[in-house]
Design a protein around this ligand. Structure first.
Ligand SMILES: Cc1cc2nc3c(=O)[nH]c(=O)nc-3n(C[C@H](O)[C@H](O)[C@H](O)COP(=O)(O)OP(=O)(O)OC[C@H]3O[C@@H](n4cnc5c(N)ncnc54)[C@H](O)[C@@H]3O)c2cc1C
Length: 313
C-alpha cells in the first residue's frame, strides 16, 4: 500500500445506482481541501458513463468481461484501491458492493464498517455513524490509521451533473468466476433500493384484491409498491422482497407513503433513509404520525384513489 492520501474511493459494482455512497464520499472530502472522490467502476461501459455524471471527480473504469459478475473483479479492484491509497473506500450495500468491499478490506488489512449513514472528520480521525441492531440504534465509531472500508445504502438516483472524463484502466477480472446461466425465479423482480418513490401498505388493507388501489397510486407516482411484514409473511399478498423493516428491506426513496401502517419501530427503521414520509391512517393516534413529515388522518380506501386521481389528472 502506498502512503495514505486524503482521497475517497467509491466502488461501483456494475450498477450505476450509487447516490448514497457518492453523497457520503462527498461529505467526507468536503472537510479536506484538495481531497477528491474517485469512482472505481467494473462492468459495462454505460455504467461508467452514468457514474461520470454522479458528482465524482474522477472515474476509473477497470473494464468489462463477458459474464463476469462483480465478485470476479475483486482482486483487480483491490489492487486499484491499494495503488490509490485512499483514506476511505465506500461501497454500495448490496451483493456486488459487499463482495468488493470485503476483498479490498482483506487486501489492505482495513476494517469494514457496514450500514454507514454519515461520515465526519475529527482531529484527523474518521468518525462514522452507522445503523446497528437492524437499524433500531445508531452507533458512532472513530477510525484512526489506515483506510477504512464503508458500506452505504445505494440510495436512489441523483440528479445528473456535468460528467467528468472516464479513464480506462484496461484491467481484467482476477478470478475465473463466470455467470453460466440466469433463469427467472418465478418471482417478480423488484428494485425497492433504487426506487425514488415507494408506496407501503399495511394491515389497513382489508383484502388482497384491494391491492389494485395501492398499485394505482404507485403507478401515478412512478414508484414501487412495498408493504409491512404481515402482508408478506402471513397474508402472503405480496412477495417477501417487498416488505420493509428491520428484517426486510431498507429503502431510501425521495418519498415514502405509509398507508394503513401503524408505524411500529420494526417497520419504520426500514425507511429511516427516506427524504419525505407521508402517512395515511384512520387512527389519529397511530404512532406513524409521530414519524412522518406529512400525515393524513383518513380512510385509505378514500384517500389513495383520490390522490391517484389527482395525480393522473
Ligand atoms: C422480531 C420482529 C421483527 C419484525 N420485523 C418487521 C419488519 O421488518 N417489517 C415490518 O413491517 N414489521 C416487522 N415486525 C412486525 C411489527 O412489529 C408490526 O407488527 C408490523 O409492522 C405491523 O404492521 P402494520 O402496521 O401493517 O399493521 P398494524 O400494526 O395492525 O397497523 C395497521 C394500521 O392500519 C390502520 N388502518 C386500519 N384500517 C385503515 C383504513 N381503512 N385506512 C387507513 N388506515 C387504516 C390502523 O389504524 C393501524 O394503524 C417485526 C416484529 C418482530 C417481533
Amino acid at each position: 500500500m502506498n502512503e495514505s492520501t486524503q482521497d475517497v474511493l467509491v466502488l461501483v459494482d456494475g450498477d450505476a445506482a450509487v447516490a448514497g455512497p457518492v453523497a457520503v464520499a462527498r461529505a467526507a472530502v468536503s472537510q479536506t481541501p484538495g481531497a477528491t472522490v474517485t469512482a472505481v467502476v467494473v462492468g459495462a461501459r454505460p455504467v461508467a458513463d452514468a457514474v461520470a455524471a454522479s458528482g465524482v471527480d474522477r472515474v476509473l473504469w477497470l473494464g468489462d468481461a463477458e459474464g463476469a459478475p462483480a465478485e470476479a473483479w475483486a482482486g483487480a479492484v483491490a489492487d486499484a484501491v491499494a495503488q490509490a491509497a485512499p483514506r476511505l473506500v465506500v461501497a454500495p450495500a448490496r451483493d456486488g458492493g459487499r463482495a468488493l468491499a470485503g476483498a479490498v478490506a482483506a487486501r489492505c488489512g482495513a476494517p469494514v464498517l457496514t450500514g454507514v449513514t454519515e461520515v465526519t472528520l475529527e482531529d484527523g480521525a474518521v468518525v462514522v455513524q452507522r445503523d446497528v441492531h437492524g437499524g433500531i440504534a445508531v452507533r458512532t465509531e472513530r477510525v484512526t490509521g489506515g483506510p477504512a472500508v464503508l458500506t452505504v445504502a445505494p440510495g436512489g438516483s441523483s440528479e445528473p451533473v456535468a460528467p467528468v472524463a472516464v479513464e480506462e484502466a484496461g484491467a481484467a477480472p482476477s478470478t475465473a468466476v463466470r455467470v453460466r446461466e440466469e433463469r427467472a425465479s418465478g418471482r417478480e423482480a423488484v428494485d425497492l433500493g433504487g426506487a425514488r418513490v415507494v408506496v407501503g401498505i399495511g394491515r389497513g388493507l382489508k383484502a388482497r384484491e384491494d391491492l389494485a388501489i395501492v398499485e394505482r397510486l404507485a403507478a401515478a407516482l412512478g414508484g414501487e409498491v412495498a408493504c409491512s411484514r404481515p402482508l408478506a409473511e402471513g397474508h402472503d399478498w405480496l412477495t417477501k422482497d417487498r416488505y420493509i423493516g428491520i428484517s426486510g428491506q431498507h429503502v431510501a426513496p425521495d418519498l415514502y407513503v405509509a398507508a394503513g401502517i401503524s408505524g411500529q419501530v420494526q417497520h419504520m427503521v426500514g425507511v429511516a433513509g427516506a427524504k419525505v414520509v407521508v402517512a395515511i391512517n384512520s387512527d389519529p393516534d397511530a404512532p406513524v404520525f409521530a414519524q412522518c413529515d406529512h400525515g393524513v388522518v383518513g380512510d385509505l380506501y378514500a384517500v389513495l384513489p383520490a390522490l391517484a386521481a389527482a395525480l393522473e389528472a
